[in-house]
Design a protein around this ligand. Structure first.
Ligand SMILES: CC(=O)N[C@H]1[C@@H](OP(=O)(O)OP(=O)(O)OC[C@H]2O[C@@H](n3ccc(=O)[nH]c3=O)[C@H](O)[C@@H]2O)O[C@H](CO)[C@@H](O)[C@@H]1O[C@H](C)C(=O)N[C@@H](C)C(=O)N[C@H](CCC(=O)O)C(=O)O
Ligand SMILES: Nc1ncnc2c1ncn2[C@@H]1O[C@H](COP(=O)(O)OP(=O)(O)OP(=O)(O)O)[C@@H](O)[C@H]1O
Ligand SMILES: N[C@H](CCC[C@H](N)C(=O)O)C(=O)O
Ligand SMILES: [Mg+2]
Length: 493
């Protein structure tokens, strides 16, 4: 890839150019350690360090030019802008040839259900023969390639590079999770979404957004920006959850046509006669054209919402509803979401789930309550360096909907695990709980104490294969740990 600096920055709304030459740019980098001769190095003032301090090293490594927020004393051209992180989104899009301008793109936002819904959409599209790309919490996936990700919604630079690579591999439609952090920080600036999906809004990330209003505002950016810069032949579509209160506010934020889905409200795509059982949910899906029976193999009301959102999201592709329903019925679940660790021959059931918000915990436990024939034992913790106010709420919900609770550590990160557990404990009223900070020991205790027909829910870390304690990341997988605990117990009997 080779571009002139003037071309890469041509769409920046305002910038000051310091220098006389117009160097060739061979790569764009935000980390000095990645800089090679010919790189454009963007100095980002981060939450932990200031990228400007790495500018001299970047120049030493051969940077052809810098993007900065202040004039630096260096001997390469500088582009000075107000906000380098936001400028980076525009620069990255230009450097990678505006990949989303010619790609069908579905963005999903909301507190819970983004990963699940994006996987459902990916499955429906792939079954229909559409070359599909996926970007989200677990990985980036296209053309049989799976790449690790650092964020649910990557920073603009890696994100635009991924879109570029997707285009190179013939991806026609990409489906991606769009986090509130990404919307607020401008990671998705300059991206053309064709379809924007809203799952739901409940408490999370108040450490970052401050209030629920600000959190909703961040999510709303996906809808208020939807359709910006479109031509008449590319009609955007907003897909909103008719049962969620926040939808009323999103409706007035978007200029795009709206399609709603719901169970309780009078939505465009509606599930009626829903029956829940241990295996999943059956219902009739009503669309403006036809109605069809659905037998979903994922449990709980929340799974019906995710399926409806997926049905609505693929509607504009013209795939027949029968085919969409067939694909959805084949899905047995998404990794780390209500994943069953035990077999039918085990006396009790262990489920690993990614519920890490009050609402998701309430949803999964309500679903389990619906089919559990014995007691419910919940093992749960809360992440450090994240919204502290959700801690007592999650503990209270676990207590209300379980028979016994093991409060344990999630990813404590830089926080004291004991303090996190004490924050959680404040939400408990009864004494049906134990505090076992060591997550492995907590899972083992639950497995040891489970009786016949009981259900153990291990919540919060789902697909994660690590635990972050302090600044160290250790191998840890709830599913493997639970399996080992069950096998050890069964071996002793
Ligand atoms: C709070 C937050 O969002 N932080 C994000 C931010 O990191 P940061 O600003 O702290 O980065 P920094 O370490 O200060 O570095 C600043 C600059 O210096 C550069 N640098 C740094 C060190 C060095 O030696 N050389 C160097 O050049 C860095 O490359 C960077 O350009 O920018 C990074 C690069 O884009 C992100 O990866 C990082 O996400 C962190 C990992 C994170 O945990 N974010 C969470 C809160 C988040 O965004 N979550 C949402 C999902 C939430 C949900 O929906 O549940 C997500 O989309 O992932
Ligand atoms: N539609 C939904 N409504 C409420 N809870 C849900 C919904 N779908 C899934 N959940 C619950 O939330 C958890 C997380 O689901 P999922 O990973 O799909 O959400 P996400 O929005 O991608 O989360 P993250 O913000 O961490 O990426 C699941 O393990 C399940 O407990
Ligand atoms: N996307 C979420 C994931 C939380 C998962 C939980 N295990 C934790 O570490 O808090 C976040 O970054 O807040
Ligand atoms: Mg996700």
């Amino acid at each position: 890839m080779k571009k002139l600096l003037s071309d890469v920055i041509s769409t920046l709304p305002s910038s000051e150019y310091i220098g006389k030459e117009d160097p060739e740019i061979l790569s764009v980098e935000m980390d000095n350690r990645e800089v090679k001769p010919g790189s454009l190095f963007i100095c980002v003032r981060g939450f932990t360090v200031d990228g400007h301090t790495f500018a001299p090293d970047a120049v030493k490594r051969g940077a052809a030019a810098l993007v900065t927020e202040e004039r630096l004393d260096v001997n390469v051209p500088q582009v000075v802008v107000k906000d380098t992180r936001r400028a980076m989104a525009i620069i990255a899009s230009a450097f990678f040839d505006y990949p989303t301008a010619s790609m069908n793109l579905i963005g999903i936002t909301g507190t819970n259900g983004k990963t699940t819904t994006s996987h459902l959409i990916e499955k429906v599209l792939a079954d229909a023969g559409v070359n599909t790309g996926l970007i989200g919490t677990m990985y980036t996936r296209f053309d049989g390639r799976v790449q690790d990700v650092k964020n649910t919604t990557p920073e603009s630079l890696p994100l635009q590079k991924t879109f570029y690579n997707m285009k190179e591999h013939g991806v026609e439609t990409a489906v991606m999770e769009v986090s509130s952090h990404a919307l607020e920080m401008g990671r998705v600036r300059g991206i053309h979404y064709d379809t924007a999906v809203f799952t739901n809004l409940s408490q999370d990330h108040l450490d970052y957004h401050g209030t629920m209003e600000e959190y909703l505002h961040a999510k709303g950016l996906l809808f208020s920006q939807l359709g910006n810069g479109y031509s008449a032949d590319r009609q955007p579509l907003a897909i909103l959850n008719g049962d969620d209160e926040a939808t009323r506010k999103l409706l007035v934020m978007t200029a795009a046509p709206v399609l709603t889905y719901g169970i309780d409200s009078d939505a465009d795509i509606k599930a009626a006669d829903v029956v829940y059982d241990e295996r999943g949910a059956s219902f009739t899906v009503h669309t403006p054209e036809k109605a069809l029976p659905v037998q979903l193999n994922m449990v709980g009301k929340f799974s019906v919402y995710n399926a409806l959102a997926a049905i609505a999201a693929v509607r504009s592709t013209g795939i027949a509803l029968e085919q969409v329903v067939k694909s959805l019925e084949e899905v047995r679940g998404v990794s780390g979401r209500m994943e069953k660790i035990t077999d039918p021959h085990h006396p009790f059931t262990v489920l690993v789930d990614y519920a890490h918000t009050p609402d998701s915990l309430e949803n999964v436990l309500t679903a389990i309550r619906g089919f559990a024939r014995g007691k419910i034992l919940t093992v749960v913790g809360c992440g450090g360096d994240r919204d502290r106010t959700k801690r007592p709420k999650m503990a209270g919900i676990a207590e209300k909907l379980s028979d016994y609770v093991y409060l344990t550590s999630d990813n404590p990160r830089s926080e004291d695990p004991v303090q996190i557990l004490s924050d959680m404990e404040k939400g408990l009223k009864k004494d049906h709980y134990a505090i076992i900070s060591d997550r492995r020991k907590a899972i083992e205790a639950a497995v040891r104490e489970a009786g016949d027909k009981d259900v153990i829910l291990v919540a919060g870390k789902g697909h994660e294969t690590y635990q972050i304690i302090g600044d160290k990341t250790y191998d840890f997988d709830d599913r493997a740990v639970a399996k080992e605990a069950v096998e050890a117990l069964m071996g002793h009997e």
